[in-house]
Each structure stands twice: as C-alpha cells, then as structure tokens.
Design a binder for this molecule. Structure first.
Ligand SMILES: Cc1ncc(COP(=O)(O)O)c(C=O)c1O
Length: 361
C-alpha cells in the first residue's frame, strides 16, 4: 500500500523558525524581524478597534475601499490592484496561478525566501541566479531565463541583503526576459528607499503587460500582525490572482486599519525620519566595531561577522541573548557568517551596540 506523502516539492520546504526560543516568557529587544519600531499608526489602531463591531460579518470580497485608498495614495488605477493576507500570500498566489510542475521560477541567490517556497508549493522548480557581492545581477538572471520560465521574482530592495538595483537594471531585466515570463517586483521596502535612481516598479507595470509589483502594509505602516499586502499589475494578472485567492482573504479589521493608516501621513513621516537617523547611525557604529556592513536602503542591515570562531555568529547571538537582544541569523540563505539586524527604537539600538562592544572591542 502506498504511504501518504506530500508532493515532492513540499517536503523540500523547511518550516519557518522564529528567532525567539520556543515557550520563552522573557521580554526581548527583538531586532530579528523587519517591523516598524514605532509600531502602528494610532489611526490604524483606532480603526481596528472600531472594526470589532463588524467582525461577525465577512470582509468585502472586492476589497473596494482598500483598493481605492491605495490607488489614491500611490496614484494608481484601482482596477489593477489586488489585496491579500500579506505580500507573502500574493507571492504564493501568483505562482499558483501561473506555474506548475515542469515550469521554472527564476529567483536570485540571496533573494527573499518566499520566492523559492512559492515555486515549491506550486510544484514548479526554482532556478537561482548568482548575485554579485550581495547585489542582484540582472544579467545573470536573464541568462537563466528560458521557455519554461513562468515567473521571475525580484526583491527590490531585497531582504535580507538590504541592497537594491537601479531602475535601468530592472528595465534591462524586463527587456531581457521572455515575453511569457511574468516579472514580479517585490517592493516591500520601497517606501524606505531614498535614492534618485530607484523605482518601486509601478511605472514598469504601466509600461508593460507582464510585470506585477507587490507591496505590503507590514513594514512602513507597521501592520505586520494584521497581514495585508497588495499587488499592482495588468488586468489579466490581477484577474488570475482574484480567481485563485480566497474571496475573504483580507479580514474586516485588516481592511479598516490599512485604509486608516494611509490617511496618517504624520506616522509615515515619523517612521521615515526615525529610519533616516538610525540606519546610518547603526551602520557607522557597527563598522567601528569591525563588522562589515552591507549598504542598506531598508529598515535593517546585513552584517558580516569576523571569521574568528570565538566571535562568530553563534557566539555573538548567544552573547546578545544574554542581554535579551534577538537578531536574525541567515544561515538558511547560505550566509552562515552574517546577521540581519533591524533598526529598533533609540534605546534598543544603543543597547545593541553596547552589547556588541562588550565582545567585539
Ligand atoms: C522582501 C519581502 N517580501 C515580502 C515579505 C512578506 O511580507 P508580508 O507577508 O508581511 O507582507 C517580506 C517580509 O519580511 C519581505 O522582506
């Protein structure tokens, strides 16, 4: 008798492991996840509370109010927007809609983990292009694209590297990919980027009929716990995602809070000002401690730790844990000697640097 087993791709997926030890009741300075250190907008929290009176109802399956609010804020066409339970869900849904066994999904070496997972869940094969010093190499991606490439995922900027590629490189990538390959630009951290040669990908969506941009409310807007992401793409792609998604995938409080946060420019400005101050501060401090810091345009940084085993990743993580500080190891990305550290509140950043100085100086 044949034993029950999941599809082969599924057994290759490693379940997500949080940095925090299981069942641990300690109160941590948690710099392991790339969330907003200032929390959610008070307007979003208020809307969430008000939505409590409506949670016996199903959410709006057309996501009308939310799509219109996104369209107004980013000056986009609401008809080409689709929302999901986090951008993670969108990354998955688009793969399920376009790829299956025998198809290839193009990813980049240190690219966001959700891409390869999406490929495997769909039964497709991830194909991984090498990067150059933690930066996406679009030429290497183009080289690997072929007849079977259904989707090319590009995280721009990328997590966990924090690096980005300029608009001309993204355009070269689009032009170099086959027309039947959907380019999915995951711009989860777009709001943080302050570079003249960067674009979130929205203009490429307008100019082409095979590009999808994916965004999230989890980062700048601090709504990671509510699970809301959105995509902007050609009508056909949006229709395909709408066909695959559960009709009620974005909850009543999530839709209400997301609409409210888009009306809170002050919260956005405070968040961006905080990041603009503490990202360079952390970068300089960590460099002064002898760590290699990759140039980040996000709300986190990737650092390479010394090769000396007594100062390697396990020793540093253990020492920080003794000081109640959590950071993210990235061994699952093949970067066993790196750590990803998110910008925290002022006192958290100072505590991190002080704790690192105890062992690195
Ligand atoms: C590059 C990137 N894309 C997508 C996501 C998924 O975000 P969410 O599902 O919370 O929208 C993350 C989360 O860390 C990310 O870093």
């Amino acid at each position: 008798m044949e034993l029950l087993s999941p599809r082969s791709g599924v057994s290759q997926i490693k379940p997500y492991r949080p940095a925090q030890p299981e069942g641990d009741g300690r109160s941590w300075i948690d710099l392991s996840l790339t969330v907003n250190p200032l929390g959610a907008s008070p307007k979003a929290v208020n809307a969430y509370r008000h939505a409590a009176a409506q949670i016996h109802r199903y959410p709006d399956p057309l996501q009308d109010g939310l799509r219109r609010a996104i369209a107004r804020t980013y000056d986009l066409d609401a008809e080409r927007i689709v929302c999901a339970a986090g951008s993670d869900e969108l990354i998955q849904l688009v793969c399920l809609a376009y790829a299956g066994p025998g198809d290839e999904i193009l990813c980049h070496e240190n690219g966001y983990q959700g891409f390869q997972k999406a490929a495997r869940v769909a039964g497709a094969t991830p194909v991984v292009a090498m990067e150059r010093d933690m930066v996406v190499d679009v030429e290497a991606m183009i080289e690997l694209a072929g007849e079977r490439t259904k989707i090319c995922y590009l995280a721009n900027p990328n997590n966990p590297t924090g690096t980005y590629v300029a608009i001309d490189a993204v355009e070269r990538l689009r032009a170099g990919l086959p027309a039947h390959t959907l380019l999915v630009v995951d711009a989860a951290y777009a709001d943080y980027v302050r570079r003249n040669n960067y674009s979130s990908g929205a203009d490429l969506v307008e100019k082409t009929d095979n590009t999808l941009m994916v965004r999230t409310f989890s980062k700048l807007h601090g709504l990671a716990g509510l699970r809301i992401g959105w995509g902007y793409g050609p009508v056909g792609v949006v229709d395909a995602i709408n066909s695959v998604r559960s009709a009620f995938n974005v909850s009543v409080p999530a839709q209400a809070a997301a609409i409210a946060t888009l009306g809170d420019a002050e919260h956005e400005e405070r968040t961006l000002a905080h990041n603009a101050m503490w990202l360079p501060w952390l970068t300089t401090e960590l460099q002064q401690l002898g760590l290699r810091v990759y140039p980040s345009v996000c709300n986190f940084i990737l650092v390479r730790v010394p090769t000396d085993p007594s100062l390697g990743v396990p020793a540093i993580v253990e020492h920080l844990a003794r000081r109640n500080i959590l950071v993210k190891t990235v061994a699952e990305y093949g970067m066993a000697d790196c750590l990803r550290i998110t910008v925290g509140q002022e006192e958290e950043n100072r505590a991190l640097v002080a704790a690192l100085a105890e062992i690195l100086v």
